[in-house]
Ligand binder design. Sequence first.
Ligand code: TYM
Length: 356
Amino acid sequence: MPVEPTSPPTESKSADRPVLSPKPRVLSGIQPTGIGFHLGNYLGAVRNWVAMQDDFDAFYFVPDMHAITVPHDPATLRRRTRESIAELMALGLDPARCTLFVQSHVPEHAELAWVLGCITAYGEASRMTQFKDKAARSELGAATVGLFNYPVLQAADILLYQADQVPVGDDQRQHLELTRDLAKRFNSRFGGTFTVPAPYIPARSARIADLQDPSRKMSKSRPPAGTVYIQDDPKALAKKVRSAVTDTGREVRAAEEKPGISNLLNILSTLTGRGIVDLEATYADSGYGAFKADVAAALVEFVAPIQQRYRDILADEAGLDAVLVAGAAKATAVAADTMRRVRAGVGFLPLGSRSG
Ligand code: TYM
């Protein structure tokens, strides 16, 4: 069952915080892959990140180290990493209210991933479905050890910052379970070091479906016709919604046997804040055409100001550099403190000490 965003943290017992904050901590990341972020990324994750900035000590980052687990082009990765930060800011992340950073600027991620890899059983890493799915996709070439270790690096991302909650879409549930298991295992073998994080998964928008194949989740790696990108121009966007796959009926109703219409209802409901039942009543007599036109209009209205902000933020190169420098410094302060405790816990010899 999805966790309601409003539910209190269940099992996030905080170990002593390396940097004391009166607020619970939240952390999440989004990969700089593909041509940009899509509606599933926003509705399933980033929307919650924005909402949590004030009530939580919030850490958000772009996991560029995760992005090299599949074949990639270095120049594109560099460009996409900058664009991703700009896009997150355009979507509402405010570096004055959260710590926004790039993963590779904090090398402690890799160091902790190594340590956690040494308490991860080969069998439990082999059970990760995202690894199995990606490894099976022939266009990505042969699966690498990096891809296999991906969930362990993700656990390191989360545990480094002693996160209480991790707002993600439904597809990250298994990685969060592994993270919790590794935190508990490390704590019981080497002493309480890590906060055990709780997933924070929206009840309704945890899995936005592909518009062309509603049995699949919307994804950066699927063909663009079924994926609504935040940077899509309005015409392309309206066309994608108009040609979204639905069933042969004409009833606008959320139902298991109507996955396409249910998905569009979900999108419209999350964007407008109107309930599904209310929307069903509004479109009871109108058929799919008018309904789809309204979904498209709501999307165009939603993305227009974001696209403008994105262009402005990206154009201000010095401003973006300053955000990255400040974010890396704030993130490093926390990560370095956790790593000191991890090194002591596992028994690495401190430089200059003769006994332990
Ligand atoms: P990524 O980059 O694939 O996706 C970013 C976020 O978007 C959510 N999401 C969706 N939500 C609803 N419907 C969809 N169709 C949909 N597609 C994607 C994802 O659940 C995710 O929350 N492994 C992570 C990145 C990561 C991370 C972390 C996340 C690395 N380290 C530490 C949290 C904490 C990933 O690939 O997300």
